[in-house]
Design a protein around this ligand. Structure first.
Ligand code: 5GP
Length: 211
């Protein structure tokens, strides 16, 4: 049977650890998940690699991609644009892989509207205090960017109810296992198995008829 993949959106406050969770999920289960790589106009951080962490593009290139309808969704986040290339995601879902989009809340809501079957997970540190500590500890942004990200987190906290699950990232490995279970349990939902159920019904009917 050709099982279709689940479109999984992982969001969370900047500094929640959602990126680490996603990477670990891919490392632990490489044949189950594919990670969507977004395009962004943001400058790469030290250590980030083009086409691996993001497609780092100019504003003009980003505009061209919008014109070509290449994005599944796109949004502005703290002075930069971010977008999810459509072709890769849809192709991998067809192949049966669960495709993970690590995107912000605006993008998540757009995806849910266009693809109501998408599973939305929101990752949070155990407390706001811990979030601030992690952002400072990361040391990749200056104080004003940290402040912008904290005020953005404040806005995002208002939209969390739109997500299917709220995941607390306290212990990384436990959190990865929890996220993996949530996604894999989703495959068993009756609503995602209507074709299979219909086939079993038809087969049972033919047995009853003595065929
Ligand atoms: P960062 O600059 O820290 O890598 O990402 C900033 C925010 O943009 C994060 O919340 C991240 O999840 C989000 N983001 C990354 N890629 C996309 C995308 O393709 N679309 C949207 N809407 N948000 C994205």
């Amino acid at each position: 049977m050709n099982k279709k993949g689940i479109l999984v959106v992982i969001s969370g406050f900047s500094g929640s650890g959602k990126g680490t969770i996603t990477k670990q999920l891919l490392t632990n289960y490489p044949n189950t998940y594919a990670l969507s790589i977004s395009a962004t106009t943001r400058e790469p951080r030290p250590g980030e690699v083009d086409k691996q962490d993001y497609f780092f593009v100019s504003t003009e290139e980003f505009e061209n991609m919008i014109q070509q309808d290449a994005f599944m969704e796109f949004a502005q986040y703290v002075n930069n644009s971010y977008g999810t290339p459509k072709e890769y995601v849809l192709g991998h879902l067809e192949k049966g892989l669960d495709v993970v989009l690590e995107i912000d809340i605006q993008g998540a809501l757009k995806v849910k509207k266009a693809y109501p079957d998408a599973l939305l997970l929101f990752v949070s540190p155990p407390s706001a205090k811990e979030l601030k500590r992690r952002l400072k500890e990361r040391g990749t942004e200056d104080a004003s960017v940290i402040d912008s990200r904290l005020s953005r987190a404040c806005q995002e906290a208002e939209g969390v109810e739109h997500y299917d699950y709220f995941v607390i990232n306290d212990n990384l490995e436990e959190c990865v296992q929890q996220v993996h279970s949530m996604i894999q349990n989703e495959h068993a939902k009756t609503a995602r198995n209507l074709v299979l159920i219909e086939n079993i019904r038809a087969e049972l009917k033919s047995f009853v008829k003595g065929e």
